[in-house]
Ligand binder design. Structure first.
Ligand code: CMP
Length: 150
């Protein structure tokens, strides 16, 4: 038991316009992860720059900011045992061409710039990224009915 963690996921513009929001969220739910926060928004350039501040100056930075602000995104906080690591494993490597079948990036795309989901890569990132998009009172605590079986 690693302990209960919360992590941020962003279903990116490509997935929203392709109608894949439900499929992506449903994979996380089926795994046993609990959605404790969820919203749709058109990300502002300001929020995008805050989220991706570590990538500023990299060759793909402008493309990345343009993509994430190009259409609405669905942003969620998911909770579960060792959730940060588990969600990263489920989404797969950054480059969808390298992401194995069975992972979200592996199953739904080809483009690294336009990959369809983001998830926090560490506890520090999760804490920082959740705060960019959610106030504490927007996150819900509840029990899943199947919790004892997960
Ligand atoms: P994400 O997990 O949202 O975090 C940063 C994003 O930058 C990443 O997904 C990719 O979409 C993008 N990215 C990372 N590396 C590259 C790269 N080499 N070329 C283009 N985009 C990249």
């Amino acid at each position: 038991m690693m302990g209960i963690e919360r992590t941020l996921i962003i279903v990116k513009p490509g997935a929203v316009v392709r109608g894949l929001v439900g499929e992506v969220l449903s994979r996380l739910e089926r795994k046993g992860l609990k959605i404790v926060g969820l919203k749709m928004m058109k990300m502002t350039r300001e929020k995008a720059e805050e989220l991706y501040s570590v990538h500023k100056g990299k060759h793909f930075y402008e493309e990345l900011i343009n993509y994430i602000t190009s259409a609405p995104v669905v942003i969620g906080v998911v909770e579960g045992d060792d959730a940060i690591h588990v969600v990263r494993r489920m989404i797969g490597p950054t480059n969808p061409k390298e992401a194995p079948p069975g992972t979200i990036r592996g199953d739904y795309g080809l483009s690294i710039t336009q990959n369809i989901i983001h998830a926090s890569d560490s506890k520090e990132s999760a804490d920082r990224e959740i705060k960019i998009f959610f106030d504490e009172e927007e996150l819900c605590s509840y029990s899943r009915a199947d919790e004892l079986w997960l």
